[in-house]
Design a protein around this ligand. Structure first.
Ligand SMILES: [Fe+2]
Length: 379
């Protein structure tokens, strides 16, 4: 469904501003939510055409859609992708693979299918020295669309004419980051990307355009391993729970702080344990950003359980990987079986901007454990 596009908004301003509103409310310091947000100095990115812009676009509600996962048609041995000239290196034993000898821009359909399978199995795939940043937004968007239905982020900046781009941009302005940390002890927000959607993204692509020499890593947790570490009785309780995920807060934040919300808030009820359609693995599907309640539970009970689970996930360094960025690095991850957070540690040391784009491909409605055990109850 194509978005409705109105005349573009005025050009970006480089005037001082903050991710904090006048009354001090803060959100994610890595992402600008308005035209001047994070633009505390003149941008010096080598990709100025990818700086965020806020077109007056309205996105209609997403209707349920049929999803065909490319991983399900892949050769299990991945013989087209993992040729003898390609090196696949494990980042950690149970998740994360770095591929060398692959250019995303040249992959055939068969190779893309196998890449989808590799992402489903290994959860994170890192590709260095890609020409992907230079193939243009049309080809970049088309590549992402192969993996699922295009997602439009409601509040963050995109690039003109391509509302599917979610632009992550942070300059090294020390004063703004200090202001943020006056309220926050960490910039970490453990999240799945836009899990409030009825059919949230399964495959997510991040392409780094410019970044500090050191720092600004992304940490990714395996929600499959996080689930496995729990005891059988605790897992059984979680298997039957559902949580509400909502975009209301981010929409309110944007509207209250001079930004745009281009799609009415979305609320979805998802299982707390979801089953991966490709691997059959069960994974925790909870995060710190989007969940507003657990079905049938009181608020205090919800807060207690989420705090326990998010402590478990964020402290579980034995089921996490920490990804270090370089310009022209592309990361693709499985948004179904992982959650992730950015880090902000470069302020005051490295002044280079952190500038990347995200393309997200929506997939199936999260599958409940009960849906697998009782097929007749499938939606
Ligand atoms: Fe994210």
């Amino acid at each position: 469904m194509a978005p409705h596009v109105s005349p573009p908004s005025p050009p970006l301003s480089s005037s001082a501003s903050s991710v904090a509103s006048d009354d001090g409310e803060v959100y994610d310091i890595n992402v600008p939510y308005k035209k001047s947000g994070n633009f505390t100095k003149q941008p010096a990115t080598p990709y100025p055409e990818y700086l965020p812009a806020w077109e007056e676009v309205s996105f209609p509600p997403i209707q349920p859609f049929t999803y065909d996962d490319p991983a399900l048609r892949a050769d299990p041995k991945k013989r087209a992708l993992l040729t003898p000239s390609v090196t696949a290196t494990d980042i950690s034993p149970k998740m994360g693979t770095e591929l060398q000898g692959v250019q995303l821009s040249t992959l055939t359909s068969q190779q893309r299918d196998e890449l989808a399978l590799l992402i489903s199995e290994r959860k994170v795939v890192v590709l260095r020295d890609q020409d992907f940043a230079d193939i243009g937004p049309e080809a970049q968007q088309n590549f992402s669309d192969y993996f699922g239905k295009r997602h439009y982020q409601p509040v963050t900046g995109a690039i003109p004419g391509y509302p599917g781009f979610h632009i992550i941009y942070r300059d090294g302005n020390q004063a703004e980051i200090e202001r943020f940390f006056e309220q926050k002890s960490t910039a970490n927000i453990w999240h799945h990307d836009v899990s409030y959607e009825r059919q949230p993204p399964g495959y997510v692509l991040l392409c780094m355009l410019q970044c500090p020499e050191v720092g600004g890593d992304t940490v990714v947790a395996s929600m499959t391993e996080a689930y496995k570490r729990l005891s059988p009785g605790f897992r059984e309780m979680l298997d039957g729970l559902k949580a509400t995920h909502s975009s209301q807060r981010i929409c309110d934040f944007a509207r209250n702080n001079g930004g745009l919300c281009r799609k009415d808030p979305v609320k979805s009820l998802h299982p707390i344990v979801r089953v991966h359609p490709v691997t059959g693995e069960k994974s925790l599907f909870v995060n710190d950003e989007w969940i507003t309640g657990i079905q049938g539970w009181k608020q205090s009970e919800t807060e207690w359980l989420l705090k326990y689970l998010m402590d478990h996930i964020s402290r579980g360094h034995d089921f996490q990987v920490r990804l270090q960025w370089k310009p022209r690095t592309v990361v693709m991850f499985d948004n179904r079986s992982t959650c992730h957070t950015a880090t902000v540690d470069y302020d005051g040391v490295y002044e280079k901007e952190r500038h990347m784009f995200r393309l997200a491909s929506m997939c199936e409605k999260p599958i409940c454990v009960g849906d697998i055990e009782e097929p007749e109850s499938q939606e």
